[in-house]
Structure formats: C-alpha cells, structure tokens
Design a binder for this molecule. Structure first.
Ligand SMILES: Nc1ncnc2c1ncn2[C@@H]1O[C@H](COP(=O)(O)OP(=O)(O)OP(=O)(O)O)[C@@H](O)[C@H]1O
Ligand SMILES: [Mg+2]
Length: 262
C-alpha cells in the first residue's frame, strides 16, 4: 500500500521539537510508568549515573512538578545558577547535570498548580535550562498520563521510553494504559524495569503475562534494597555494590539499545 504520509511535514515537526534548550542533546530518554511510587525517580537516577559511568555526557531532568524529589533522592539542594535572561544552569552531581523545580523551591514549599499550568511551566522551564552539549538527557516523569506527560510528548523528540513498574496487578494495569498512548504517539519503548521485583513472588505471574502480551524487553530487575530507600547521597548510594551493578547494567542496556537503533 502506498504511504500517504507527508515526509516533509513530518521532518519539520520533528525539527521544531529541537528548538528548545535541548538543541545540543543527542538522545532524550523518558522514564515513566502510569502509577505513582513505583520507582521512576530511582530508575531515572540510576540510569543517568550508568550512562555517565560509560563516559557519556548525561543530564537528568526532573519533570515531576507536583513532587519534584530528585534533589531529595540525590541528596543535593544547591540552587542552579541563574544566567543572563534568566536562563538556568543545571547543577552537577557525580558528573551528571541535574535540573529540578525542587532546586528552586524551599523545603516544604507548597506547590499550587492546576493541570494546564503544569504544561505551560514545562514549556517555559524547558526553554530556560541551558543543558549544553549532552549525549543523553533522562526525563524523570510524574505519575500518570496527564498534562505534563502529554506536553512532554509534544515538546521532546524522544529516542525512547523506559517503562518502570512493580510486578503488581494495579501498577501493571496503569503501565498498560501508558503503553497504549506511547503506541499511538509512535514512541519506541526501549524496555521495562521491574522494580521491587521480589516484593511478593505471586505478583510475578502478572508481570510475565504483561511483558509477553506486549512483547516488551526486560531491561533490569531491581529488588527491594535498603540503600535505595535510605541513602542520603549519590556517593552513599554508589558505595552499595548491588546498586553499582544495577547502574552499570542499566547504562549498558540503554546505550546498546540506542546505538543499535542508530
Ligand atoms: N528497589 C527499591 N528498594 C527500596 N526502596 C525503593 C526501591 N525503589 C524505590 N524505592 C523507594 O520507594 C519510594 C518511591 O520511589 P520513587 O520516588 O523512585 O518512585 P516514583 O515512581 O518516582 O514516585 P512518584 O510517582 O511519586 O514520582 C522512594 O522512597 C524510593 O527510595
Ligand atoms: Mg518520582
């Protein structure tokens, strides 16, 4: 059958997504789920660290404006530098460039934001951050497929999506909804991270069925680890050999996938 898609228009649309502060970023990878609290921030951070370990210039962009907790997870709270025209320079943690709304807010400051404000803020924030040249930019998404998620799909030309879920029925059900949107928007799913994989073994059945049904590739399994719940800094996190191995594994898996596509 003849392909009636207009290639020029498609190209222009893609190009227009590069007008932002990410023009010097080679690959944008989004990390999301459907459900809250399944480990998106954890996986985004480990992944960013893994890619940096492999020698790639890497950034981590916290897009969870309702609960911007990357700073808390990495144990860094220094504010970003504000340059001319109000542009923001990411802070650097263990060699990874990091930006989060949480770096601009005081601890416990309330965040009042209605749906549409979040999408607008994402656009403005994205334009203001000066990432500089990066090989990878990891987007840590908020839970759900609301305004931030949808605006993100419009704003970023993405290399792919990493889906995070726990093995539980409810988390998987929400992940499947997210997959449906990604399919419609033609965003490739690079793989699934099964987090808290050992929490209840009977939940494993749901997970197996899920990845078989959607023909997903399993990127990593992360058991419940005390250090992931309690480490006060990235340094402390990386001193756990199990975490370090996961960091390496995630970095390798993603770079393999991305460079195989290229
Ligand atoms: N494998 C794990 N072992 C132990 N604790 C974990 C693990 N994964 C995540 N956690 C902890 O569970 C909590 C939720 O994880 P995280 O913040 O990464 O989830 P999230 O999906 O980003 O949540 P949100 O939807 O609120 O953004 C955090 O306190 C984190 O430290
Ligand atoms: Mg999070």
């Amino acid at each position: 059958m003849q392909n009636n898609a207009c290639p020029t228009k498609e190209k222009e649309e893609k190009k227009s997504k590069k007008h932002l502060g990410i023009r010097d970023v080679r690959f944008v990878i989004a990390v999301g789920s459907g459900k809250g609290g399944v480990g998106k921030t954890t996986v985004s951070t480990l992944l960013a660290l893994g890619l940096k370990e492999l020698g790639y210039a890497t950034g981590l962009f916290d897009l969870d404006f309702y609960g911007p907790n990357v700073p808390l997870f990495i144990g860094e709270k220094k504010p970003p530098m504000v340059e001319g025209r109000g542009n923001l320079k990411p802070i650097v943690v263990e060699g990874v460039r990091v930006m989060s709304l949480g770096l601009l807010l005081g601890e416990g400051d309330p965040i009042f934001m209605r749906g549409l404000m979040a999408g607008k803020l994402l656009q403005e924030f994205t334009e203001k951050v000066e990432w500089g040249p990066l090989d990878f930019l990891i987007l840590d998404l908020p839970p759900g497929t609301g305004d931030i998620f949808l605006t993100m799909l419009d704003l970023f030309e993405m290399e792919g999506f990493v889906l995070v879920t726990t093995p539980h029925k409810l988390a998987i059900s929400d992940a499947a909804r997210t997959l449906a949107i990604l399919k419609e928007k033609q965003v490739p799913v690079l793989g699934v991270v099964k987090n808290m994989s050992d929490l209840f073994s009977e939940a494993g059945e749901h997970f197996e069925k899920f990845i078989n049904k959607y023909k997903l590739s399993l990127m990593a399994e992360i058991p419940v680890l005390k250090s992931l719940a309690q480490a006060e800094s990235v340094e402390e996190l990386l001193s756990d050999q199990t975490v370090m191995k996961l960091v390496e594994e995630l970095g390798e898996k993603i770079s393999e996938k991305v460079f195989r596509i290229k």
